[in-house]
Ligand binder design. Structure first.
Ligand SMILES: [Zn+2]
Length: 342
């Protein structure tokens, strides 16, 4: 990346209220048929405009074409029955009605490739595309076929690799895998989770990232955070193996969190997307608050490897709040850029 401290978001941004009900997850579409197809494209254009207006350097689609970061990808696969739903506990935290794996899973056609081509045509900036990670995918399903979390994750890794290769060919610069489950199932992450992730990026020449957070700012997550004690040391469990992996960039939650910043030393050598925007509050950060978080991260991350980012997706926030936070991110990064060159 030629720009120092290139800014980006973890992924999702709020959708316009004419497209989907605002401030909720799994929000149903308000349009259908051709109107929905056009509406998603228009929303993507607006989302890109807002990122540009705020001065975001690495842009995304704001996840305007998907209802949910995991479910929408799974909906496009065969072997999963969306009518046959079961209640499961997601990341040991909250109950959700999820589809069932009823046979071998496969990707019969590309999922996001046309959307990525569309975004590529709209901008010359570097673009980042988010996909769900294999472990987070299996955690958002009921498996009635493989009867093995590891086997199913491995199948998803192969499918994600097919999609990632086509996204790369469509001109995506960074492919990011969202793995909030890495913050919960430490033993599995170290046994096979990171191996599956490496299978998903096999043969890619573009940059790759993994996003590991404490979740969207919804009540189930903020309640969970209250049980984690005064220091959140979850990253400590998975960083040593991630540091040795082929993943280029690690995207993390830092701002307003209880993650001890010195844990960043465990991934020295990796590029780090440092979460400098809290997604669990409507209060917009000041640029100086963003700068403070980046400054503390700089003690453990070389300046040329630090990518200012948001803690997680901004989808559940009011649009004006999200726009304000994107501007604060850019302005905070600019404060540090000036300090670094003087
Ligand atoms: Zn996240």
């Amino acid at each position: 990346m030629k720009i120092l401290l290139p800014t980006s978001t973890a992924g999702s941004l709020p959708k316009p209220s004419w497209l989907a009900e605002p401030e909720v997850l799994w929000s149903p579409w308000k349009l259908d048929g051709d109107q929905l197809v056009d509406g998603k494209k228009d929303a993507l254009r607006i989302s890109l405009h807002e990122q540009n207006h705020a001065g975001v350097d690495i842009v995304s689609d704001g996840e305007q074409t998907r209802q949910h970061f995991v479910t929408t990808f799974i909906e496009h696969l065969s072997g999963v029955d969306f009518e046959n739903r079961k209640m499961v506990k997601i990341r040991n935290r909250y109950d959700a009605s999820v589809p069932t794996v009823v046979g071998p899973v496969s990707r019969e056609k590309p999922v996001f490739v046309e959307d990525a081509k569309f975004l590529r045509k709209q901008t010359t900036k570097p673009i980042k595309w988010a996909l769900p990670g294999p472990m987070t995918m299996i955690d958002t399903l009921y498996d009635d076929h493989y009867q093995s979390r590891e086997k199913l994750a491995w199948e998803f890794a192969k499918i994600l690799n097919q999609e990632a290769k086509e996204l790369e060919a469509a001109g995506v610069d960074i492919i990011q895998f969202d793995e909030p489950a890495f913050n919960v199932f430490f033993e599995d992450v170290n046994d096979w989770g990171i191996d599956c992730l490496e299978r998903a990026i096999e043969g890619l020449k573009c940059e790759t990232a993994v996003h590991i957070c404490y979740g969207y700012g919804i009540k189930a997550n903020t309640d969970w955070k209250k049980t984690l004690g005064s220091e959140w040391r979850q990253y400590e469990e998975v960083f040593p193996k991630l540091q040795k992996s082929n993943i280029d960039i690690i995207s993390l939650e830092c701002h307003n969190s209880r993650v001890p910043i010195e844990l960043l030393a465990l991934i020295r050598g990796k590029k780090v997307m440092v979460g400098a925007i809290d997604v669990a509050t409507d209060r917009v950060e000041t640029p100086e608050e963003v700068a403070n978080t980046l400054r503390s991260a700089l003690k453990y991350v070389d300046a040329d490897k630090l990518y200012p980012c948001t803690n997680c997706g901004l989808a559940p926030l009011p649009r004006a709040v999200a726009s304000g936070k994107l501007s604060a991110l850019s302005q905070g990064a600019e404060i540090i850029r000036k300090e670094l060159v003087t």
